[in-house]
Design a protein around this ligand. Structure first.
Ligand code: GCB
Length: 686
């Protein structure tokens, strides 16, 4: 044992010398770790802190297309590892060179695109892969070069010419690395490790009701800028709608350098100077035509700093709350919404293009929606652009979902990073009216502290939108009240069997004074203390779907009976919140397999019945100013294995994966076209 291990270490030392030899071009050092079978821990810096925006208005070299892909479940392909990392060439120099992680002979993968849906054997894969391609580029003196990623899931480590240059932890958000000092004229070797493994401390955690699509899921490009350049800018309308606030963020400009902003269609041009942080702030008197779903007017906004010029297309609007109303451009509005996942219609996998989003959001428009809840994570930059163009209001969200390691500062850092990158990318998008910081996070003091810090940071970064979170009710308390009401409905109801009616009679007798009369109103009041921190209280509820599953065995009656009684009872539920704020129903829904008709769960008929009952209930709830039923399209979910029905898809879509509309689509469309869907008169608080 001893001698073979010494022999191996000796060999490793020889390789170390080889790796360090400058003529071989690999600067990465093997780890100090004595055990050669460990994957070395590489020290990799994070990507550039600020989001590099406006890539679409710059000179870029697209790195989309065909890449080489090595699947590496043992995660041994890193430079410095005895398996993958010994390679100093991509193809063996001759028949004597042992090369196991060889990219040219590896499978080919398309970028952008998740790897799970490009290969049958990677469908459920949640681990490490290596992407490689050569980047041929000319280098212009005086330019800077940035490797830019629209988003990659979940941990992404970028190696250029063998040097680890940046590691982004967290999917769904853009990041860039300034590679100017490492890029060579001619061919460059770009290797990227992407690992979509999630854990207890990640954001989200390993359990989600959506597919954790892995890989280079969005556009990749090499972006060229001048030495001094505009990193980002923000243009928003003031509350009084008489001026435009502009903030410009630059890098490489000396304090006092001139910058300018122009909106040609408003005949506006203003000069300014950057401060020591490279920032310039403008307040421009202007009364633009307002952006709204009815009239999604956009303006070119031109920013100049030194030799750098970028153009953005911006809409101007205000969004605020007054009492229990939401006002868009000062007028009360109802959110006729629908929830989505970032999956295209007609193709499996993650959506990643303007066209994908146009098709998906086009279906929301066809429903009569003016609002989309883009759940449960930041979408690509195309989403808010398409929404700006189409006139759809957007709810954007970070994946703080169900369980999060509330006590872990590293988890908080990732959550903050997600939120900051999302917000700073989209803060000039008129369509985005809500930032949502959490979905169904059970109450705990640690959760409150975590979210309070995020919300504080968010308010100082952007005060031109509303903040929300999709809350859970106090389900146990609600369900026992619901059980009593169902008993009142069931006690004389022919839908219930004689035995069930006897059970209901016993339940009511035991309740005594507390027994409700049939048809009496049930007030469900949301009082999660997180409601105090947000601008608009949002609530997910599944009356008509999940709740029956727990109530039936608890009462000792059939699920069929509970479902039938529930649909009648829902018309007598009124949902409100303990806060004098607008209330949004962020989810409700039911599963149906497209084409399945008749009685029972999974039928289009039952899904449509649930929608009818829900819409009656919500129309009877005056505090409700908006809703985003769950969900526009059936979506991939590992949590949904039911053979022949789900087959790893959540079936709560109003359309199936190919866009086939279910009955409930038309129920909701008619409702949105009716009286509720018109912009409501203001609701005064009590
Ligand atoms: C929820 C979650 C959502 C799920 C949905 C469902 O409450 O927020 O992510 O997909 O329910 O279908 O159960």
């Amino acid at each position: 044992m001893q001698s073979s291990s010494t022999g191996f270490i000796g060999l490793l030392t020889a390789v170390t010398v080889l790796l360090l030899c400058p003529t071989h071009g690999l600067a990465a050092e093997p780890a100090d770790d004595e055990n050669p079978f460990n994957t070395p821990e590489l020290q990799v810096p994070p990507p550039d802190e600020a989001v590099l925006n406006f890539v679409d208005s710059r000179t870029i070299q697209s790195l989309n297309g065909t890449w080489n892909l090595i699947v590496d479940p043992m995660d041994m392909g890193a430079p410095g590892s005895i398996f993958g990392g010994w390679a100093t060439t991509r193809t063996p120099v001759d028949e004597w060179q042992l090369l196991e992680y060889s990219y040219p002979v590896a499978r080919k993968v398309q970028v952008p695109g998740d790897f799970n849906t490009q290969f049958d054997d990677l469908f459920f894969y949640r681990d490490s892969v290596w992407y490689q391609r050569s980047v041929n580029t000319a280098i212009k003196p005086g330019s800077r070069y940035h490797l830019w990623f629209g988003g990659a899931n979940y941990t992404t480590t970028v190696f250029l010419n063998g040097v680890p240059l940046g590691r982004q932890v967290g999917g769904y958000v853009p990041f860039a690395i300034d590679v100017t000092e490492h890029l060579r004229p001619g061919a460059n070797d770009l290797v990227i490790n992407v690992n979509n493994r999630l854990g207890e401390h990640s954001v989200p955690t390993q359990r989600t009701d959506w597919w954790p699509y892995g890989g280079l899921t969005r556009d990749v490009m090499l972006v060229e800028t001048p030495q001094a350049f505009i990193v980002n800018a923000k243009a928003t309308l003031s509350r009084d709608r008489e001026s435009i606030h502009v903030a410009l963020y630059t890098r490489g400009l000396a304090a006092g350098s001139p910058v300018a902003v122009a909106i040609p269609e408003l005949a506006v041009e203003q000069q300014g100077q950057v401060d020591a942080e490279g920032r310039a702030v403008f307040q421009i008197s202007a009364v633009p035509e307002l952006w709204s779903p009815a009239s999604p007017r956009l303006y070119d906004v031109r920013y100049r700093a030194g030799d750098d010029v970028v153009v953005d297309r911006v809409g101007f609007r205000t969004i605020e709350t007054r009492g229990q109303s939401v006002l868009l451009n000062g007028e009360p509005i109802r959110f006729r919404g629908i929830s989505t996942h970032e999956e295209p219609i007609g193709r499996d996998g993650a959506a990643h293009s303007h066209a994908d989003m146009e098709r998906l959001f086009g279906e929301a428009k066809a429903l009569g929606a003016n609002f989309v809840r883009a759940a449960h994570y930041p979408y690509s930059r195309h989403a808010a652009r398409v929404a700006d163009e189409m006139g759809l209001l957007l709810w954007a969200e970070v994946p703080i979902y169900w369980n999060i390691a509330w006590q872990n500062p590293d988890t908080l850092a990732v959550a903050r990073d997600q939120l900051e990158r999302l917000v700073t990318r989209d803060w000039s998008r008129a369509s985005v009216v809500i930032w949502s910081v959490a979905n169904e996070t059970p109450y705990s003091p640690a959760r409150m502290r975590f979210l309070e810090q995020l919300i504080d940071g968010l308010r100082s970064a952007d005060d031109s939108r509303l903040i929300s979170a999709a809350l859970l009710g106090d389900t146990r308390r609600e369900l026992s009240a619901v059980a009593l009401h169902l008993a009142a409905y069931g006690v004389d109801n022919p839908e219930a069997t004689a035995r069930e009616r006897a059970i209901f009679a016993a339940v009511l007798e035991r309740a005594g004074e507390a027994a409700p009369a049939i048809g009496s109103r049930f007030d469900l009041v949301i009082d999660d203390p997180l409601g105090a921190l947000v601008d608009i209280v949002s609530y997910n509820q599944y009356f008509g779907w999940y709740y029956a599953r727990g109530l039936a065995p608890a009462l000792g009656v059939s699920e069929r009976t509970v479902r039938k009684l529930m649909l009648s009872f829902m018309g007598h539920i009124r949902i409100s919140s303990a806060f004098d704020k607008p209330l949004h129903i962020s989810e409700f829904g039911a599963g149906a397999k497209a084409g399945r008709r008749g009685e029972g769960v999974w039928t289009e008929d039952y899904q449509a019945d649930v929608y009818r009952a829900q819409l009656t209930m919500l129309a009877n709830s005056p505090q409700v100013v908006g809703m985003t039923p769950w969900i526009l399209k059936d979506f991939r979910a590992m949590l949904r294995p039911l053979g022949g029905v789900q087959d790893y898809r959540n079936r709560k879509g109003l359309v199936d994966e190919n866009g086939r509309r279910k009955q409930a689509f038309f129920v909701l469309r008619d409702f949105y076209a009716g009286p509720w869907g018109s912009n409501r008169p203001e609701v005064e608080s009590d």
